[in-house]
Write a protein of this length. Sequence first.
Length: 1004
Amino acid sequence: MNVLEQFHDWLMNYWPSWAAYLVPALVAFIVLSTFILLVVMAFIYIERRGIGRFQIRRGPNRAGPFGILQPVADAVKVLTKEDIIPAASDRWVHWLAPVLAFVPAMAIFAVIPFEGKAIFADLNIGILYIIAISSLGVIGVFMAGWGSNNKFSLISAMRAVAQMVSYEIPLMLSIAGVLIIAGSLSMTSIVEAQNVPFFLLQPLGFLIFFIAATAELQRSPFDLLEAESEIVAGYHIEYSGMKFALFYLGEYTHTFAISAIVATLFLGGWHGVLLPGALWFMIKVFLVFGAFLWVRSTLPRLRVDQLMAFAWKCLFPLAVINLFVTAIEIVIWPEFPWQLMIPNILIAALLIVLWSGFFRVAGERVSFQRYGRGIVKGLTVTFRHLFRQPITVQYPEQRLTVSKRFRGTRFIRDTSKRAPCVLACPARVDAQGYVTLISQGKFKEALELVRRNLPFPAVCGRVCTHPCETACNRGKLDEPIAIRDLKRFLSDYEMRAGEEDITPAPRTKDERVAVIGSGPAGLTAARDLVNMGYGVTVFEALPIPGGMLAVGIPEYRLPKDILQKEIEAIQKLGIEIRLNSPVGKDGLTLEALYKQYEAILVAVGAHGSMRLNIPGEEFEGVYHGVSFLRDVSLGKEVKVGKRVAIIGGGNVAIDAARTALRLGSEEVMIVYRRSRQEMPASEEEIEEAEHEGIKLNYLAAPVRVLGEQEKVAGLECIRMELGEPDTSGRRRPIPVEGSEFVVDIDMLIPAIGQTPDLAFLPGDDRFHITARGTFEVDPASLATNIPGIFASGDAVTGPATVIEAVAAGSKAALAIDSYLREEKPGLAEEGLLPHEVDIEDMDTSDIVSKPRQPLPHLSLKERTPGFKEVNLGFTEEMAVEEANRCLNCGVCSWCQQCEKACPQGVIKIECDRAQEEDLGVIRFDIDLAACIFCGLCIEACPAHRLYFERGYETATYCRGDIALDKEMLRPSPQKQPSAYARPELEPTLPEQTLLLDRTKGRKE
């Protein structure tokens, strides 16, 4: 008679019979539940500390002395989380699933004998009760997937059920051998029958039970379901708050129950000497749990095919053989003497060795010598670590931008945030990614990352206006990262190493595209289109390719050989460039191109100069800035005066002034009508001009050109003062009456602005042209009002920077591709776009101030005469040192380095490159059936955004946080029939379409 029966008999003397039954049951339930929860908390704490020792890694334990109160702190945190039910899911199924995952594990303890009389219900069919109750957990797992309204959860649940059912069969067969020996289904009777612990009499059965139980508990190496939950694919990913906690508690309660069953069936239960039986039982339970922990800390995960094959091809036949051998031994030796212990161990070893010769996984024979030795070695290594000091750090506290709707969901850390340098770049070049790769010495990978969005790394590494550096968070601490100079270093490094073989892009489409203009916009569009499989021909009016890159930027800033190499690299992809082919002349008309090509892109640069419209502008010696730079670049003989004045404050004015100085001018002056603060030229160019001796005359404007015999002899100017800001945001210059003065010059170079040269267009007003002399285009598609003709770059925006032209060219290529495929380009919803990381969001307390690497320059003496390059670029050591200054304030930038590093090819990243903002990701998938969890993707990630961590706040160990923040995923435009399919319709903006289901966290 057990304790409960005694309590019941005592109550029968005083209380009604129903109360005498109910009260003991409630008391026992409360006591047992409290005890189980305390043991579960102890398991969590031990696992955290144990993992830290076994693997010498961090563990989140900081609450209380030695972190002993951390499980309590986690419980409080979980209780405060918002409980969310996915839209369109079955509320009752969703609610019942975690209950069925937790309660059956608790119910198992009803038949677990902690000691001879310490048992809730000593059923004579205790084993059958355990098997029946355990099966309910499978139902809970399946209901969790079914009730989440998420196909990924459902698929994962079905895989979980398949795994659990597959391993339950050999598990039950291994128990059958114990039942044959004990001759009873009662748990108490089985313990009493163990004069010798059954694991000695049933070594193979014990091994099968332990392995199958490990798989049943979904612990390593059978924790593939855990991996799925880390990639937003687990059966319980749509659970939060206490419902998720029930799954979590159910896992550890089930672990406690299985450990207790192992102690009962194979380790003699409460049998022991000197100590009380219940204490012996708990010692054995904790030893079994320690074995689970040891294995979990040592062995890698198995793939789906491996773990399923292991169950059916290995454990199942061995369990059947073990059952037959046990039955034969019982028939021959009914008493089953302990002397059979040695023969059974030998039989088990023989069966394992023989099995290893026949068992194959994915066609490969499993070598017992190879794998067995590896497992033993791994267990030995982690066991030694147990006696070393673990690395324990504070519990990671991270401020999440995720709303309450998504708290508790796995995520790639801060995936909603982007580095400000990336957001500031018009072409969305991943500066964060390539700077980090440079710091790691991965120069080739860094250059590949640059070239994904930018075909001119050497050009932009020299002449880009680097808005990325203006936005750099490092500049708020000391000085911004020299992002442009690092880009140049990559291109210089490649050129020094030798040219790479460039394979022509395969022609996969019949359509042909004509591009008018070989500037940065035209060549970028041509490159993207030829990579898409189209045939591309570029028509260039000049005798050299490159557009304004070739004739608008002096060689001391951009050497011609550097530009030529970059253009040749683009040309080798299969692009035909026809030089000296101005459209509109010699029979090469726009109408002719329209008949020959399926699409036309007009990407002419702003080669026209704006006039001063002052008296004397027609005099000899007046040379407009763009024409001056073009003629010098083309090698024409250009005579400069001794005293030259340049009108304007932009980069063209600075370039013209420094060019005139190099051609022999004795005195060069820049006349600008505003102050230095309003000058649009880059600050470094202004400083270089001053350094070379060029004078800057601010707050002055030309009134008329003075001449002798119609040659420039002077310039009359007037002083200006600044008034209210104009539309550009700069203060408007106002003439000061009576402040006229004369400058003695013999050459004048106006450089006040540029306009696109659209003289090649037919003169019948078929094209819609803006008042600024640029094409009027649809902002989404860059299509003109003539179907099939697109415009991009300076032809649309007016004079812009190189990087802006590159961005425009990429956008045009995507628009043309959509047109030729009869689809509409889509727009993303701005509310779902990632936002930039601000310095205020970062912990900069440990950042040491470090000066920016100074860029080497050519000495003044060596600069003139001639056009030697002034900026010399970084050395390798300087580049790595500068890159190491990066704060890495961005997060996952979708650089796809992890995808490239994966030896199994299981990572698939599909980025949303079709959008103007170019910030999104459509899919981030990992094929768990093939993943070997080697960790190479984690090592390859330049932003350190992939982790081997579990990733939710009640974490007990670290193991792979690789999933997406569901709220901040960017939508993907749905493909729609194109308006272009009907030429009579003008292109219009498509309506917004989202493919993001927020209840699923994945895109269909």
